[in-house]
Design a protein around this ligand. Structure first.
Ligand code: GDP
Ligand code: MG
Length: 464
């Protein structure tokens, strides 16, 4: 059975909600109309039927044959005041993998179905406990790796973002009402909607949507890591530097020129900010088509990056590509790195570089291989990363799906504005506004399909 078919099913589900493996305790969650009666069948303790919502009880859980599996702490939440909006029983047991599996097994024997990925959250959405963007934020909160990512996800989960979208939808509905009223009376040639008022309203909506869509650039960096491209000639030590920054042997290092042909990337948190380092193919003239494709990706990596680390081998100090690189780096922070200073001193190369680079460009001398002064570089990267200060009220778009919906909503309202200015008829305006409403509704889930929901919730973990 797939999740689409489950949306209308109202059975009782269970799953382990704590991470897989052994732990001090584990939590097994049961949700659905028969949650209390099913657990009761395996419960030794105060009867569940007499328990008030939001209360905690100690007792024993048994298997099918009445043998005690574990002493557990049980929490009851009664519908509709629970995460899913249904009756929920949460069982905290000892975290041995065997006990966890046995508890799930005994619950399934007693009539539960094992939950699919994200099914608890999906039920919360279906039962109106949260809208779709809030449900998505639940996953983001779980995955947040930095303070900024956590704050943005938290604000979204608590509904700040939904409120903003709802406000926009209300304004648009007001707009539609005015236009449609006019259409109804079109025979009589009356205009209820003052065109200049309506245009001002449309412009206002357009600017809010644009602000939200534009915040995605920061939002993406916050959620997926601020992109930092490592570029330079082949053999300069880019892959070695990536490994040093990640403190991991992520990329293949070799003295054969052109070893890295594709971009390799990985994230690491430094100074509270999540960074995504992208190791690239070395830039050189090459006749090898695979290598050429890699080099093309290097340019794309630079385009996407907020920070570019340009790395030069101090022993060869080949700076022939610098003009191409500088041409691509406009609006980005550039840090020049002289690598392999264990082999040569950096004085001559440093002054040569200084003449080539825009004034004020930082130059750091390191040995990536021997991890010397990589820490200085780390500190410089953290300082360079001007992450916007995210407060808990910030509305920043971090989700690609929302970004896409917002750009479409923006195009639609943009067409409506053009139409207003060129005196387009009401019914055509109406179409554009309706389309804008549609895209905003997709964000909060007012308008959605099972396919969209299935796609979103399949990325959740089981038990959430
Ligand atoms: N002596 C020395 N060798 C290094 C240093 N960094 C990298 N190398 C060596 O330079 C060669 C090329 O390194 P690699 O990271 O694959 O360069 P890439 O082509 O820019 O990715 C390898 O043999 C590395 O061990 C360094 O700081 N000092
Ligand atoms: Mg490499």
């Amino acid at each position: 059975m797939n999740i689409h078919e489950l949306s209308s099913v109202n059975d009782t589900i269970c799953a382990i909600s704590t991470p897989p493996g052994r732990g001090g305790i584990a939590v097994i969650r049961v949700s659905g109309p028969t949650a209390l009666t099913i657990v009761q069948e395996r419960w030794q303790g105060k009867p569940l039927a007499s328990m008030a919502s939001h209360t905690v009880h100690l007792g024993h859980l048994t298997d099918q044959n009445g043998e005690v599996l574990d002493q557990v702490v049980l929490t009851v939440y009664r519908a509709p005041n629970s995460f899913t909006g249904e009756d929920i029983v949460e069982l905290a047991c000892h975290g041995s993998t065997w006990i966890q599996q046995q508890v799930v097994q005994t619950l399934i024997d007693a009539g539960c179905r094992h939950a699919t990925a994200g099914e608890f959250t999906r039920r919360a959405f279906s039962n109106g406990r949260m809208d779709l963007s809030q449900a998505e934020a639940v996953a983001d909160v779980i995955e947040a790796q930095s303070r900024a990512a956590h704050r943005v996800a938290m604000s979204q989960m608590r509904g700040r973002y939904s409120d903003e979208i709802k406000l926009l939808r209300d304004k648009l509905l007001h707009f539609v009402a005015l236009i449609e009223l006019e259409l109804d009376f079109s025979e009589e040639d009356v205009t209820f909607a003052d065109r200049s008022d309506v245009t001002a309203l449309a412009r206002d909506i357009h600017s809010v949507i644009t602000r939200l869509a534009d915040s995605y650039h920061d939002g993406n960096a916050i959620k997926d890591g601020m992109p930092v491209a490592i570029v330079g000639q082949t053999n300069a030590g880019k892959s070695t530097l990536l490994n040093a920054l990640l403190r991991d042997n992520r990329a293949l290092v070799s003295d054969v020129h052109g070893t890295t042909r594709d971009t390799i990337e990985d994230t690491v948190v430094m100074g509270g900010t999540l960074f995504r380092f992208i190791d690239t193919a070395g830039i050189r003239q090459s006749t090898d088509t695979v290598e050429q494709m890699g080099i093309e990706r290097t340019w794309q990596a630079i385009d996407k990056a907020n920070i570019v680390l340009w790395i030069v081998d101090v022993t060869s100090a080949d700076t022939s590509m610098i003009h191409d690189i500088l041409g691509r780096c406009e609006g980005k922070a550039l840090i020049a790195i002289l690598n392999k200073i264990d082999l040569d001193d950096d004085i001559a190369a440093r002054s040569e570089l200084k003449d080539l680079l825009p004034a004020g460009t930082p130059i750091v001398a390191i040995s990536a291989k021997h991890d010397s002064d990589v820490e200085t570089l780390r500190e410089l990267i953290v300082k360079t990363a001007t992450q916007p200060e995210v407060d808990t009220d910030a509305v920043i778009v971090t989700n690609a799906r929302h970004y896409q919906a917002l750009t479409r909503a923006r195009d639609a309202i943009g067409r409506a504005i053009d139409g207003l200015e060129s005196g387009l008829s009401g019914d055509l305006l109406d179409q554009d506004i309706r389309e804008c409403l549609h895209w905003l509704g997709e964000i909060t889930g007012e308008i959605t399909t099972d396919a969209i929901l299935g796609e979103i919730f399949s990325h959740f973990c089981i038990g959430k």
